[in-house]
Design a protein around this ligand. Sequence first.
Ligand code: ZN
Length: 67
Amino acid sequence: MPTPPVRCLACDRAWHSATLTAGLRTLGACPRCGGELAFAAPPPPAGDAKPDAPAVAPHQVLGVPRR
Ligand SMILES: [Zn+2]
């Protein structure tokens, strides 16, 4: 069984959704019991994070524009 991306240390509830993992990271505590959460992955670096910027440039997804 794979390690869940986020788990509550207090009530042992596990979440497997990436969206929920991000939300729980923001919340910082278990929504059920308020216990401490254990994340499988380290938190993304803060500071220079730009939520509006795509992770890759459009031309990397769409291919090199034709000349
Ligand atoms: Zn909990």
